[in-house]
Each structure stands twice: as structure tokens, then as C-alpha cells.
Design a protein around this ligand. Sequence first.
Ligand SMILES: Nc1ncnc2c1ncn2[C@@H]1O[C@H](COP(=O)(O)OP(=O)(O)OP(=O)(O)O)[C@@H](O)[C@H]1O
Length: 248
Amino acid sequence: MANKTEAIDIKQLTKTFGKQIVLKNIDLKLHAGEILGLLGPSGSGKTTLIKSIMGMTQIDSGTLTVLEKHMPNRAILEKIGYMAQSDALYNNLTGKENLEFFGQLLSISHEQLAKAIEHAAAVVNLTASLNKRVINYSGGMKRRLSLAIALLQDPSLLILDEPTVGIDPELSQQIWQELRKLRNEDKSIIITTHVMTDAEKCDYLMLIRDGRVISKGTPDELKHEFKVNSLEEVFLAAGKIQKKGQLS
Ligand SMILES: Nc1ncnc2c1ncn2[C@@H]1O[C@H](COP(=O)(O)OP(=O)(O)OP(=O)(O)O)[C@@H](O)[C@H]1O
């Protein structure tokens, strides 16, 4: 692991909104070829952490590098595929037109884009619906189209904010197959999720609550640490520990 590119290196990151400390003293390292799952209840700071990583929000203190560069950095941003929690799609355009629109913002040729669109659409199983207008897509289809957009630029770092919401188990399996393939190509992936079956498939997990890291490790390490058999129990146990004030 030691010689692999550092996709993300965060030290003692703190972020506030007004008087509210939203992230406190976060340390995080992610290498090439690793999938990190970010777990935490609603409002714990996951999206803010992702926005910090992308340079979309300014941090108050600490250091943060992405692909070994300080953010914000436009060139690095092009190497990050981002799928937001809510779909930012043009409803009156077709799926293909959406892919073309977002693809044109990238520094790739017309031919490369056409190939990338074909590949990304196939990965998320949308090839047959590409010429339909997005307004006629189901919620799951919109999520899949958002994922296809995130895959377009062949990202070194892929950030997926709750990617499996509205996605059926079969497609979720296909998506995971693709994520594993990307990991084997040394891409790094961060996913935020409330779905424990997704968490189980990550290489590492980071649990956050109220902006603080409660625990980090592989799914098995966390189960061992909390002496439980499932990640659901880890999640619940971690919440209880903090409520009792056993963590500072
Ligand atoms: N732009 C903002 N201005 C002020 N407060 C904010 C802003 N963005 C987020 N917050 C606050 O920061 C905290 C963390 O929010 P964040 O969206 O990062 O949580 P989350 O873990 O992603 O939640 P969810 O799982 O519901 O998406 C919340 O208390 C939220 O109200």
C-alpha cells in the first residue's frame, strides 16, 4: 500500500458553519485501488466532507490534498467523478443529451466522448432508454444516469453520494461489479451510504457522527471492535457509545 498514489490525504480537518462545528479534526487517507464507505446518520457531516474534498466548500483548518494536490484545483476536479445526492439533470433533454452536455464540459475529444457515453450507459443499463426524455425516467433511472455522468471522464477518484437509493438489487449488483473493476484499475472510490449491504462491500469504512470520526477500519475490524456480527449493530453501537460520552 505504501507506494500507491495517495488519492486523498486529510489531516485534522475542521469545518464550521457559523457557530456550528460540522466536521472536527478529521484524518483520512485513501490510496489508489481502495473503496471507502462513509457511514453516519443524517446530518453527521458526510456531504460536507465530500464537498471539502472537492474544493466546493472552504475548510476552516487542517490540510487536505486530493491526488497529491491542494484543492480547489481545476485540473484535479476533472479527475473526480461525482454523483451528487440529488440528481442534477436536465429533464427536458434525453438521457443521451444529458450525457453529451456534461461530457462536453470535459477535456476529451468528440470520439472519446461518444465511446465513453456508450460504455457508461451500458454499465448502468440505460442503453435502451438513452433517447427517452429524462422527465419520463423513474427515480432509479435518474440515479443511474447520474452515475453514468460521473463515470464519463474515466475518473481517478469516484465519489458517490448515496448511489444505491432507488436502485433495485440486481442493478446494484451490476454497479458493484463495475466499482470493483474500477478499483482493480487502481481508481479510488468513496461512497456514502445508509445501506449496510453496500457498506459490507467496501474495503474500509469510516463512521462519523456529529462531525467526528467514531471509528475506522475494514468491515470485519469494525465488527470485531464492537463485538457484534453485523454492520447494522456496529452503527447502532457506535451511536450509543457517543451518546454516553465515552468518546471525546
Ligand atoms: N451550507 C450550509 N450552511 C449551514 N449549515 C450547513 C450547510 N451545509 C450543511 N450544513 C449543516 O451541517 C451539518 C452536516 O450536514 P451534511 O449535509 O454534511 O450531513 P450528511 O451527513 O451529509 O447528512 P445526510 O445523510 O442527511 O445527507 C448539518 O447540521 C447541516 O445542517
